[in-house]
Design a protein. Structure first.
Length: 135
């Protein structure tokens, strides 16, 4: 379609929209976890048992909350983009395992799986030209 053919000229705008949208949502989900304190961090970090890691749930929960909150901010501005994508991927793989291994099935795990796929793709594509990391 000729009408939509020129949209490929705005790939960097699309990446910016994707980064800002994902970043806002991860801050929205991560900030309450970060403010939850050690009890909340432990609850979040207990998901690591589904990846075979049974020690330091409080530390893992803090790291997951910090990754979501601060990683969301870094996504928005496009700083340390690929390392943030890797950390988000790890966090989301654990979330996926937790949903699948607690009997939730694909319906419960679908959001984590979808975000995992998005971050895997963004890892290869990069932040785009409208970012602090632009080259």
């Amino acid at each position: 379609m000729a009408l939509l053919g020129n949209l490929s000229n705005y790939k960097n705008t699309g990446l910016l929209i994707t980064r800002v949208g994902l970043g806002i949502m991860f801050i929205y989900h991560g900030y309450p976890k970060l403010m939850g304190g050690p009890t909340g961090w432990e609850h979040t970090g207990e998901a690591m048992k589904y990846a075979g890691i049974h020690f330091w749930p409080t530390i893992w929960g803090l790291l997951a909350a910090a990754t979501e909150c601060f990683g969301g901010f870094l996504l928005i501005i496009g700083l340390a983009f690929r390392p943030v994508c890797i950390l988000m991927l790890i966090t989301l793989v654990v979330a996926t395992l937790m949903h699948l291994r607690t009997g939730g099935g694909l319906g419960d795990a679908s959001h984590a799986i979808e975000d995992t796929v998005v971050f895997a793709g963004l890892l290869f594509v990069g932040p785009g030209k409208y970012s602090v990391d632009k080259k």
